[in-house]
Write a protein that binds this ligand. Structure first.
Ligand SMILES: [Zn+2]
Ligand SMILES: [Zn+2]
Length: 462
């Protein structure tokens, strides 16, 4: 749960569409399951080969310099695949192509993959909850992100790594799974007031308020792949979401890094991809308005009640991410590995190979299917002032840390039990897809090479 203090604005922002107010909900910060690193830890600690294995840290510059040609081929392949498989995919402008561009190598790469280039993507790690912190001083938050940092980030501690230093695979993966929330996807659109946003070719921000810094990452961390026809017609911009592209891009970069003998970057890219996989298991990241049908949404527009509806959904989204974070954090701190929520994350192992599109479509379909009930349980069991009052703003309200106690006091232990149960259902889904994703890093080099060849064959056949 990492909320920034700024409040979302209720104005429709740049949207000129008649359904503009509907989009407000999407200006809520898209942090996903908060603190992805601690979320995935109960799963990683069950995998001995990941926990015991270490790799030498390697700077991004070193990796890029060593593998320019292999990276060029990978990025070409991903671009062709994305153009063919992702509706509304904005092609990478030719001037940004890794093959054609010139200049400092790291800057060229960041432009070619279209991430925020003002971050330094340094060598760093967050120690696991089961390891004591290094004795040296941690990195200041400001050296990792330009964002203010919410409670989850401030509670996290990161340490610098030196080139060649040995680091646990589990810690690389967990640390990297938080990284896309540090600002990587912020400011990428034309109208975000950044120079790189004007070069990247993503067009105007499809939803959300372009003036809010964290709001602009939403279209990369939310995926509305199962909108009904009415929503697609009434609000076509909701289809311009890109987590599938990020997942495939980082999955392929991980593969090329593993294949060419750069396991640190293999695991780090895999961790970046894992972030988006995790976000999409959160129902509020897969459905614009859980519990509200498109017809109901239209009806509330006609009644002039759009902002009330979206405020409630936004608050429930924030509340449940706070709740989940507080519950997991307490169980992790107490090392209660048999607590039901930690077991839910640990026990759903799945190592089947995956194909990006069907993987993402299946997991988001399951998130969509869970959304209404999830929303209803939250509305029923959380204190009404947090989730049923359209005049209340959860973000920045200051109630995050005490949320579980407040629910217990005001709604009883039974409410906590019900909320735990519904959160556990989402965590089981997270665990299944996260373990499948992480299993990509287990493949020995020959296997990985075989799979890439198969993918290329698929591309060639399409
Ligand atoms: Zn996210
Ligand atoms: Zn979220």
């Amino acid at each position: 749960m990492a909320k920034l203090s700024k409040k979302p604005m209720i104005s429709g922002g740049h949207s000129r569409r008649w359904w503009g107010g509907f989009l407000f909900v999407l200006t809520a910060p898209a942090w996903g399951w908060s603190d992805h690193a601690s979320l995935v830890w109960p799963l990683l600690r069950e995998q001995p080969d990941i926990v015991t294995r270490s790799v030498p840290a390697e700077s991004l510059r070193q990796f890029l310099t060593a593998e320019q040609n292999a990276i060029a081929q990978t990025l070409d392949d991903v671009e062709v695949w994305a153009a063919q498989n992702i509706a509304h995919y904005p092609l990478t402008p030719a001037s940004l192509s890794w093959r054609n561009s010139s200049g400092p190598i790291v800057e060229r790469f960041l432009s070619a993959i279209r991430v925020n280039p003002s971050l330094s993507y340094p060598l760093y790690v967050g120690p696991s909850p089961e390891r004591s912190n290094p004795v040296v001083k941690p990195l200041p938050w400001s050296s990792l992100s330009f964002l203010g940092g919410g409670s989850a980030q401030q509670a996290s501690r990161y340490w610098s790594l030196t080139e060649g230093e040995s680091v646990s695979v589990a810690e690389v993966l967990a640390t990297a799974s938080d990284e896309p929330d540090l600002g990587m996807d912020i400011g990428l659109f034309d109208d975000n007031g950044t120079a790189f946003g004007q070069r990247y070719g993503f067009g105007r921000q499809p939803f959300g308020n372009p003036n809010l810094d964290y709001g602009s990452q939403a279209p990369f961390h939310m995926g509305f792949y199962h909108l009904d026809w009415l929503a697609r017609v009434a609000q076509p911009d909701l289809q311009r979401t890109y987590p599938l592209w990020r997942i495939a891009l980082f999955g392929e970069l991980a593969d090329v890094a593993f294949r060419t003998g750069h396991p640190y970057w293999g695991w780090r890219f895999l961790g970046w991809g894992l972030h988006y996989v995790g976000d999409l298991t959160q129902p509020y990241h897969a459905v614009p308005l859980p519990g509200v049908s498109t017809l109901q949404a239209l009806w509330s527009v006609l009644q002039g009640k759009t902002s009330e509806m979206v405020q409630l959904v936004s608050n429930r989204h924030g509340v449940i991410e706070s709740y989940q974070y507080q519950r997991l954090k307490a169980a992790l701190a107490a090392e209660e590995w048999s607590a039901p929520l930690l077991r839910a994350v640990a026990e759903q192992g799945n190592t089947e190979p995956l194909e990006y599109t069907s993987f993402v479509m299946d997991l988001t379909r399951a998130s969509v299917a869970a959304a209404s009930e999830f929303d209803a349980v939250i509305a029923t069991h959380v204190s009404p002032r947090f989730v049923s009052d359209p005049n209340f703003e959860w973000t920045g309200s200051g109630f995050e840390v005490g949320l579980v106690d407040t629910v217990r006091r005001e709604r009883g232990q039974a409410a906590v039990t019900q909320l735990d149960a519904v959160v556990a259902e989402q965590l089981e889904r997270f665990s299944r897809v996260a373990s499948q994703w992480i299993a990509r890093g287990h493949l020995p080099p020959e296997e990985a090479a075989k799979r890439v060849t198969q993918q290329e064959a698929v591309i060639a056949n399409e």
